[in-house]
Design a protein around this ligand. Structure first.
Ligand code: ZN
Length: 251
């Protein structure tokens, strides 16, 4: 019963060849949950797993994190797979924004007869959600306007920050059960994202758990590594400890 976090992409919004940042929680090599769905994420997912994701969690609504949903809609509604709609876990605060940004486009299919939401099983969440007998905690982060970006925790197993400025105070609480912390980090920070110098403010025990992603280039990844951090690479799977007993329904 092995758990791992596979990074499908580790890049920033620019097209760097690293892929838009997204990761898959795997259990015994099988995909459990896709985190984020930028433009190139579904092709990478299909290449890796030869199928579509059973469930998706969205951290926020920048297009490098949700831009792939329109093509996924088409594939689900008109593709050969005829799979049931994947569960789509979306923080409740994002649902109205998602409705206006993606779902409300007039005549989503030229043929008519379909709604954007027909392709997905929307599960709005606030504190968190159950999926495959495990409880995933959702927490607010700091990326652009307050209340528009969220991270994810499977207690004891992993934490995923999504795009964010530094959040050591929040991680101290939500990630206390252990496991790696996949963390937004570029070589240089900006008003929306963490830079490596920002991490100097993190306590040492938190820094050793970080797994950096969302950087601009392979050169930057190497520079981050030279600063002593673990850096996730596109395609890499990182082994995880098992979820804490209180995160599991059978625990
Ligand atoms: Zn963003």
């Amino acid at each position: 019963m092995n758990w791992s976090l596979r990074f499908l992409g580790t890049g920033s919004a620019e097209h760097s060849g690293l892929g838009h940042s997204a990761a898959v929680l795997e259990h015994d090599g099988q995909p459990v949950l896709l985190i984020d769905c930028g433009f190139d994420v579904i092709p990478r997912f299909v290449q890796r797993y030869d199928g579509l994701p059973p469930a998706i969690f969205l951290t926020h609504l920048h297009l490098d994190h949700v831009g792939g949903l329109e093509a996924l809609f088409s594939r689900i509604m008109f593709g050969a797979e005829r799979l049931p709609p994947p569960a789509l876990f979306v923080p409740a605060a994002l649902v109205p924004l998602m409705q206006s940004r993606l779902a409300d486009y007039p005549n989503v299919a030229a043929e008519g007869g379909f709604n954007f939401w027909d392709a997905f099983r929307l599960v709005p969440c606030s504190r968190g959600f159950w999926w495959q007998q495990h409880w995933f905690d959702v927490f607010g982060t700091r990326h652009h306007r307050p209340g528009t970006s969220f991270g994810l925790v499977l207690r004891g197993c992993f934490t995923y920050t999504g795009d964010t400025r530094p959040i050591a105070d929040i991680l101290d609480d939500v990630a206390e059960a252990g496991g790696p912390i996949a963390h937004d980090c570029a070589l240089h920070g900006n008003p929306s994202h963490t830079g490596v110098d920002d991490l100097d403010t993190y306590p040492g025990d938190l820094r050793t758990r970080l797994l950096l992603y969302h950087y601009a280039s392979e050169d930057d990844a190497q520079a981050l590594q030279e600063r002593g951090y673990r850096v996730a690479r596109p395609g890499q799977a990182v082994e995880l400890p098992p979820p804490a007993p209180d995160a599991s329904r059978s625990g």
